[in-house]
Ligand binder design. Structure first.
Ligand SMILES: [Zn+2]
Length: 359
C-alpha cells in the first residue's frame, strides 16, 4: 500500500498525488501509479497499453461510448550530454519558454530514484551588455548535481534520464492553488474523478471510457491511439486554457477568460456543435458559471487527435483557466476544477441511448 501524503489544505488527495507525481512526457510511471490506485478498483474494465495510457471503462447501460481524455504527462527536461567536469546538458521535453529553465531546482529521475540538481548559467554580472538582452539558448544552460567529473556524474545519471522542476502544490490563498504541471494533472484528475463518481451514478446510460493519456505535450500521441482503440461516439477532452485576467494579456488578441470564472467551453471546427450545446445545457442545469472560447483551428489538445479517429468523433473541450502555463508556478482556482468534475458527470448522464451527433 503506497503511503498517502496528507492533502495540502484545499487539494483533493487524488489531485495532490497527481501533482506530486513526476511524470515527464514518455516517463509517466509515477502518475500512472496514482491513477491505478484511485481508479482501477471502481472500473468495470481497466486497460494499460503500449503508450502507457490508462483506460478505465464503465459499461453503463451500454449506450453510446463516451470517452474522457486528460493527459498525465508534463513538460520536462532530458539529459543529453555530460561534459568532462560532470555538468549535464539537456533537451526539452515539450514546449519551454527559455527565460524559465535557469536557476531552478530540478529532480532528475534516475534508476535509483530522484536526484536533486540545479539549472545553471553564467551570472548576470558576467554577461556582456548584448548578452543581457538575449534569451539564453538551450546550450547556454546546464544542470549541476554537485559532482567533480564526468565519471562521477555517470555513476549517478544516465543519458536519457528525464527531469522535472522540483516545485510541488501549494495554496496561494483561499482556493487558488499553485503547482508545477496543473497542465494537465488537473484535467486528468477531472476526467478520472468524474469517472469515479459515475461508477455509482444510476442515471448513467452511456458506456464511459476515461483515459489518462500520455505524450500529449509532444503531439497528442497517447490520445491518438486510445481513440483508435476505444472508437468512441463522443468525447470530452479536459485540458488547461489561458486565463487572460493578468496584466499582460490583451483581450483583443487573446480573448477574455478569468481564473475563477468557471470552466471554459470551446467552440470551433474541432468541436461538435451538438456536444457544445449539451455542455452548455449541463452547466446551466447545474448553475455552474462557464466561459466560452473561440477555437478557430484544431486545438492544441487531445481533442485534435480524437476528432479524427476512425469515421470521426464528436468532440467537446472543457478547459480549466490557468495562469503562467508551462512554468513551475502554474496557477488555477481549485473551485473551477471541482466545477469541471461536476460538469463532466452531468454531461455523461445526459447522453441518451439513441444519441446521434451527426449534423
Ligand atoms: Zn501543456
Amino acid at each position: 500500500m503506497a503511503k498517502k501524503s496528507a492533502p495540502a489544505s484545499g487539494y483533493p488527495a487524488f489531485l495532490q498525488e497527481l501533482l506530486e507525481a513526476k511524470s515527464p512526457t514518455g516517463h509517466e510511471f509515477a502518475a500512472q501509479k496514482v491513477v491505478d490506485s484511485y481508479v482501477e478498483s471502481v472500473a468495470d474494465h481497466y486497460q494499460r497499453d503500449a503508450l502507457g495510457n490508462r483506460i478505465a471503462i464503465l459499461d453503463g447501460q451500454r449506450g453510446p461510448t463516451l470517452m474522457f481524455a486528460g493527459h498525465i504527462d508534463e513538460i520536462g527536461l532530458q539529459i543529453s550530454h555530460v561534459d568532462e567536469k560532470g555538468f549535464l546538458y539537456f533537451e526539452f521535453l515539450g514546449g519551454h519558454d527559455h527565460v524559465i529553465p535557469s536557476g531552478r531546482r530540478i529532480h532528475i529521475l534516475t534508476r535509483n530514484g530522484p536526484v536533486l540538481g540545479i539549472t545553471g548559467k553564467r551570472a548576470v554580472h558576467l554577461l556582456s551588455p548584448e548578452d543581457r538582452k538575449r534569451v539564453p539558448e538551450r546550450h547556454d544552460m546546464w544542470i549541476d548535481i554537485g559532482v567533480n567529473n564526468r565519471t562521477e556524474a555517470l555513476g549517478i545519471v544516465r543519458i536519457g534520464d528525464p527531469a522535472v522542476y522540483a516545485d510541488g502544490p501549494e495554496i496561494l490563498r483561499g482556493t487558488i492553488g499553485v503547482a508545477r504541471a496543473f497542465d494537465d494533472k488537473a484535467g486528468a484528475y477531472v476526467c478520472m474523478e468524474a469517472f469515479r463518481r459515475l461508477a455509482t451514478d444510476k442515471r448513467l446510460v452511456a458506456r464511459v471510457a476515461s483515459v489518462a493519456t500520455t505524450q500529449e505535450e509532444i503531439g497528442t500521441r497517447g490520445a491518438q491511439v486510445a481513440a483508435q482503440a476505444i472508437n468512441p461516439h463522443v468525447s470530452i477532452t479536459v485540458d488547461v486554457g489561458h486565463a487572460t485576467d493578468h496584466p499582460d494579456a490583451d483581450n483583443r488578441k487573446f480573448g477574455r477568460a478569468s481564473l475563477s470564472g468557471g470552466p471554459i467551453i470551446s467552440r470551433g471546427p474541432n468541436i461538435n456543435p451538438l456536444v457544445y450545446d449539451q455542455l452548455v445545457e449541463a452547466a446551466e442545469a447545474l448553475g455552474i458559471p462557464y466561459q466560452i472560447e473561440a477555437a478557430p483551428r484544431p486545438t492544441g489538445t487531445d481533442a485534435r487527435a480524437i476528432q479524427m479517429a476512425h469515421a470521426g468523433v464528436a468532440c467537446g473541450l472543457v478547459s480549466i483557466p490557468l495562469r503562467y502555463m508551462h512554468t513551475p508556478g502554474e496557477v488555477v482556482d481549485l473551485k473551477v476544477v471541482e466545477q469541471c468534475v461536476q460538469l463532466l458527470v452531468e454531461f455523461a448522464c445526459r447522453v441518451k441511448k439513441q444519441q446521434s451527433y451527426a449534423w
